[in-house]
Design a protein around this ligand. Structure first.
Ligand SMILES: Cc1ncc(COP(=O)(O)O)c(C=O)c1O
Length: 474
């Protein structure tokens, strides 16, 4: 029986990975060279020594060495043994998070590019302000009180403690009408969309209208389920649902259009619900940052007006942290059952975080955290507006009544050069173009930046603001 690894006398662990002992050893050695753990010129142990070390046949080692010599990874010379070939340079550490080798010249995924000095891309809250101490206390309390069966294979809808806490919180803070049975906990909004996409497709849904501006990754989830995703027109009042006809469903961000920042106009709220009732259509309400409204009471959830035609989707990604991967869907009863089944029939979300969030909500820690985060983000937003007035009076900030980002309107045809100039300054910002649907129905495409002011930690915020002002047209 082969040992799982050998040290080769040079502190190198080999773990066979491929098929069969010979293939596994060949793969493990190739990987050791490729990753740089075996440097060019390194002398390998004799086949007899390595075979004894690994507990495998000497011939197997000799064959693996011969394969790698033939491939050019190793060299074998009488008198100097088997060495790592001088030309076998290690490839840089893989940054891609996937086993696939990226095509030459491909740009790395967005979040993996070299780390900018300042990051003002939208999407992530200030992670340095995550309430770690409170979260740990809540985790301790929740886990101490949890019954043993909480550690079993759970209800696919999620822990009942969390669904009960969410039902109360969402009713109180967002006007959502639900009971715990209608709630399904998911691993982030994206996961919720994936589950919903499968459920809807299985029920014969073919078309889900989306907004002309939004996140491509969300549309991709729907497309991956085999759904068509035509965009709705967008104008100064926001998304226009009057154009909904025979679509089966529509995905909207009614409280705070992403990324444009306007709430769905109240007449249009009525129009979309009227469409849903008339046609049996379904509204998917993405309430990603409903907690953060600065100028007045938060806009209530659309779901509260018609729980049978609206699926409400909320997330902890903005209010706490995206790394928690916790979100929730509030569904009409039949869809709740189907979504639980589509989740896989067991709970695929970690029970400890669910119990902790339940405790966080019921103890009032969540409200306290959201209140203080809202104050902090509001101050940042005010500082952004003041800095623009002082240093870039031509640049108008819109969509600033809520959320963690603003849209900065730029002079025509300048978006690309501003984004590039920012990158040279070590400042990451997104142009509006990357949020525009390829078939967007909107007035004149606008040049703009989408600036997330939530992400930098407090100590970096004023530096980020200075860097931003430096690249904006003055
Ligand atoms: C428009 C929108 N919806 C939803 C989300 C939340 O996604 P998730 O819960 O998968 O992190 C985000 C996060 O950036 C978002 O921008």
């Amino acid at each position: 029986m082969a040992k799982p690894w050998a040290t080769l006398g040079i502190d190198l662990h080999l773990e066979p990975t491929g098929p069969g002992v010979r293939g596994g050893l060949t793969d493990a050695l190739r990987e050791a060279v490729r990753s740089g753990r075996l440097a060019p010129g390194t002398r390998l142990p004799s086949s007899r020594t390595l075979a004894a070390d690994l507990g495998i046949a000497r011939n197997t080692v000799a064959d693996a060495y011969a394969d790698l010599v033939a491939e050019g990874w190793l060299t074998a010379r009488q008198g100097s043994g088997t060495r790592v070939a001088m030309g076998a340079l290690p490839t840089p550490l893989r940054q891609w998070g996937s086993a696939a080798v990226p095509p030459v010249g491909a740009a790395p995924p967005r979040r993996e590019r070299h780390r900018p000095t300042y990051d003002l891309r939208p999407g992530t809250p200030d992670l340095a302000s995550f309430p770690r101490a409170e979260w740990l206390k809540a985790a301790r309390r929740a886990f101490t009180a949890a019954p043993n069966d909480a550690l079993g294979y759970g209800d696919p809808r999620g822990r009942v403690e969390l669904r009960t806490a969410l039902a109360g919180y969402l009713a109180r803070s967002r006007g959502v009408r639900t009971d715990p049975d209608r709630i399904v906990v998911v691993a982030g909004f994206v996961h919720g969309l994936k589950v919903l996409g499968a459920v809807l497709r299985a029920r014969g849904v073919r078309t889900v209208a989306v907004e002309s501006y939004g996140l491509r990754v969300h549309e991709d989830q729907l497309k991956a389920a085999g759904l068509h995703t035509p965009p709705l027109p967008f104008d100064e009042l926001g998304t226009d649902p009057a154009h909904l006809t025979d679509e089966d469903a529509v995905l909207l961000t009614p409280a705070h259009q992403f990324p444009m920042g306007v709430p769905l106009h109240r007449d249009r709220r009525a129009v979309v619900l009227d469409w849903a009732r008339r046609t049996g259509g379904l509204v998917l309400e993405d309430d990603y940052d409903g907690e953060f409204r600065y100028d007045r009471q938060p806009v209530g959830a659309l779901q509260g007006l018609d729980p049978d035609h609206v699926v409400y989707l909320g997330t902890a990604s903005k209010s706490l942290a995206p790394g928690l991967r916790l979100a929730w869907m509030v569904l009409p009863p039949a869809l709740a059952e189907a979504a639980a089944a589509a989740k896989g029939g067991i709970d695929t979300c970690g029970v400890l975080d669910q119990l902790t969030l339940a405790e966080f909500l019921t103890s009032g820690a969540y409200d306290r955290h959201v209140r203080s985060a809202r104050l902090r983000y509001r101050r940042r937003r005010d500082a952004l507006v003041a800095a623009l007035a002082a240093h870039a009076p031509e640049v108008q900030a819109t969509g600033i009544a809520a959320g963690l980002h603003a849209v900065l309107r730029l002079p025509p045809a300048s978006e690309r050069s501003v984004v590039q100039a920012a990158a040279w300054q070590g400042l990451a910002v997104d142009g509006l173009t990357c949020y525009r649907h390829p078939h967007a129905i909107a007035e004149q495409p606008m040049d703009a930046l989408v600036v997330g002011y939530g992400t930098p930690p407090d100590h970096a915020w004023s530096g980020a603001l200075d860097a931003l002002c430096a690249v904006l047209p003055g």
